[in-house]
Design a binder for this molecule. Structure first.
Ligand code: PLP
Length: 398
């Protein structure tokens, strides 16, 4: 069968592919250390699992409203109103199958053919695929290590044209771990308001910040709420990646349109996962879980950064959020490992996996060909073991 042009152009998610390859190698008995993980290595808290069982026992096994159970949407609206200081009502919330579906709904709802979407680079690799799938054009704004991978009001303004429809804003960021300050966000919001463009604000890592305070672009000014679609979910904050619960918060007409779209694609999210998410968000035990998870990630973040920066040829900035670190490997280009030349981040990743059994993600997939991404959602001992192998690999380069 002939595949449609639209879908032919999509590349499968590299991060999921690397994780799967490392898992398969491990399963066949190979001692791989994988820095590919895109999910917290914590179990979903017991009280959330108990809520899912309760949902089953109570017979919550039927269709729910397409945008989600009212109790869940009310809990999300209350959470956002309280935490962001901007008032949301439940009819502005659409619950979807993970953060990914909220993004897909958002692009599909906003974009007409040829509309431009500004994507700060490095970027999460799903954004360009989703923009193109919805008929949009990607406009990348380059950032670098020296500015902690952040766009500025000036670089944003330069990228805006008559065709610009939206900016994707992701703080804390995957892959860079950068977190924008309130002042930096205010300056970006001023440009957004000046041109009346929209913002897709991906806030899925909002809870995972270290020594910084998370700030949402909707809080920057009263106008931003009407220009922004928040895309978020429970995958990372509550370690619920497999449950597939995300949510968007948007102006009421946009929320309605996103819900109409979803009514013909996936309908409601699994009813049991929805009830468990309601309990996740409203039970006080969530706070203790988060505190513990943040302190563990913070410890690992410091550990991995100090180990990476003590290796020759590679270096990294200390990220302020999420659980990723971008490692600059450009000084290895032109060197050889056992006679094999490293001329790209792809070569580096392949050789490191094949020769030293360490899985990393090629930065080129995120628009950062001088880098590899390491996730520190793995144990302290695996971090130590993995970086030791990288150090030995680097010492053998000629
Ligand atoms: N946004 C970013 C930046 C992510 O890194 C991810 C997952 O890796 C998502 C959205 C999607 O999360 P979910 O698993 O809820 O679809």
């Amino acid at each position: 069968m002939e595949i449609a042009e639209r879908v032919k152009k999509i590349s499968p998610s590299l991060t999921l592919a690397i994780t799967a390859k490392a898992k398969a190698m491990k399963a066949s008995g190979i001692d791989v250390v994988s820095f590919g993980a895109g999910e917290p290595n914590f179990n979903t808290p017991d009280y959330i699992i108990a809520a899912a069982k309760e949902a089953l026992d109570k017979g919550m096994t039927k269709y729910t409203p397409v945008p989600g159970m009212e109790i869940l949407r009310k809990a999300i609206a209350e959470k956002l109103s309280k935490e962001l200081g901007v008032s949301y009502t439940f009819d502005q919330i659409v619950v979807s199958a993970g953060g990914k579906q909220t993004l897909r709904n958002a692009f599909e709802t906003l974009l007409n053919p040829g509309d431009e979407v500004i994507i700060p680079s490095p970027f999460w690799l799903t954004y360009p695929e989703l923009v193109r799938l919805s008929g949009g054009e990607c406009v990348f704004v380059e950032t670098d290590k020296s500015s902690d991978f952040k766009i500025t009001p000036e670089s944003l303004e330069k990228a805006i044209t008559k065709k610009t429809k939206a900016l994707i804003f992701n703080s804390p960021s995957n892959p860079t771990g950068s977190v924008y300050t309130k002042e930096e966000i205010k300056a970006i919001a001023n440009v957004v308001e000046k041109y009346g463009i929209y913002v897709i604000s991906d806030e899925i890592y909002e809870k995972l910040v270290y020594g910084e305070t998370f700030s949402s672009i909707v809080s920057a000014s009263p106008a931003m709420k009407d220009l922004t679609i928040i895309c978020s979910g429970l995958s990372k904050s509550y370690s619920m990646t497999g449950w597939r619960v995300g949510y968007s918060a948007a102006p009421p007409n946009v929320a309605k349109a996103m819900s109409s779209l979803q009514s013909h694609t996936t309908s409601n999210v699994n009813s049991i996962a929805q009830y468990a998410s309601y309990v996740a968000l409203t039970d006080k035990r969530g706070e203790d879980f988060l505190k513990e998870m943040i302190s563990v990630f913070d410890r690992r973040r410091k550990l991995i950064c100090s180990l990476v920066n003590s290796c020759e040829l590679i270096s990294c900035n200390e990220p302020k959020g999420a659980f990723y670190v971008m490692v600059d490997i450009s000084k290895t280009f032109g060197k050889t490992f056992e006679g094999e030349l490293i001329s790209s981040s792809a070569d580096f990743c392949r050789l490191l996996l094949e020769k030293s059994l360490v899985a990393t993600v090629d930065g080129a997939a995120f628009g950062a060909p001088n880098f590899v991404r390491l996730s520190y959602a793995i144990s302290d001992s695996d971090i130590e073991k993995g970086i030791k192998r990288i150090d030995e690999f680097l010492k053998k380069l000629k």
